[in-house]
Ligand binder design. Structure first.
Ligand code: FES
Ligand code: FES
Length: 264
């Protein structure tokens, strides 16, 4: 048994697994995002015993009895401030990196409510953003520091958008707080996993795709190959790109799909 406290609640897992998988799959905590699964991007950042860590590189057996905090466990005041400041500064685009940024911001602002831009840059060094850029995120964190330090009230949100009004992005709050659903957050009853098998070679002739062994696996639900795709050619300008490479076809890059596998 592996016991930890998450956002104030005691929780247990009967088996050892990655902390990120426990938080996302078992506890359905969606603010913890899996951007790389190998410690590179920071989307899975949480506070562990008050210290910022990447939950994808830790196993439950390494954090026994620890206290974990995610964006869901912030106080109402913290949620309000971060949601307002990130939205106000235009710091939320797709939003995938933002909950991790918020946790890094919290770990800084818990220690220092008058940070410099340099302090903020240092605090979010391990968090990658692929679409907003960093300047607006830094501004949002500096603004949040200002709200906390000066105990400022959150201004009323404009509810109607006009050309001459300052209107916050409509989904910013959900994205900052990790409530917005990305594909990986969707859960349906009886859901199975799917993954593409991709070519390991840039230029290879696919003589045969033998599914026999894979189909015998008790967890295999279905395997699709090019034969199952009615229109196997796609492309933006010219439809010349294979959805999957069929038997007899030739791969054109490392990553061409050969089969789609659905499994329990
Ligand atoms: S998912 Fe953990 S660092 Fe990228
Ligand atoms: S807002 Fe899209 S990755 Fe940062």
């Amino acid at each position: 048994m592996f016991s930890i406290k998450v956002n104030g609640k005691d929780v247990v897992s009967a088996i050892d697994k990655k902390l990120i998988d426990f938080l996302r799959d078992d506890l359905h905590i969606t603010s913890v995002k899996n951007g790389c699964g190998e410690g590179a991007c920071g989307t899975c950042t949480i506070l562990l015993n008050g210290k910022k860590v990447k939950s994808c590189v830790l196993k439950l057996s390494q954090v026994k009895n620890a206290v974990v905090l995610t964006v869901e466990g912030l106080t109402e005041r913290e949620k309000e401030v971060y949601a307002h400041c990130f939205a106000q500064c235009g710091a939320v685009q797709c939003g995938f990196c933002i909950p991790g940024m918020v946790i890094s911001a919290k770990s800084l602002l818990d220690q220092n409510l008058s940070p410099t831009t340099e302090d903020v840059k240092k605090a979010i060094q391990g968090n990658l953003c692929r679409c907003t850029g960093y300047v607006k995120i830094e501004q949002a964190i500096l603004l949040a520091a200002d709200f906390f330090r000066e105990k400022r009230e959150i201004p009323q949100r404009q509810t109607e958008a006009f050309l001459n009004t300052d209107f916050q992005r409509v989904d910013a709050k959900q994205k900052v707080l990790g409530e917005g659903k990305f594909t990986d957050d969707v859960e349906l009853p009886g859901m199975v996993y799917a993954k593409a098998l991709r070519s390991a070679y840039p230029r290879a002739i696919v003589n045969k795709i033998d599914l026999t062994k894979a189909l015998q696996n008790e967890n295999c639900v279905r395997i699709l190959t090019a034969k199952d795709v009615p229109n196997n050619k796609i492309g933006h300008l010219v439809q010349d790109w294979d959805v999957m490479i069929a038997e007899g076809g030739t791969t054109r890059y490392i990553g061409d799909a050969l089969a789609l596998v659905a499994a329990k």
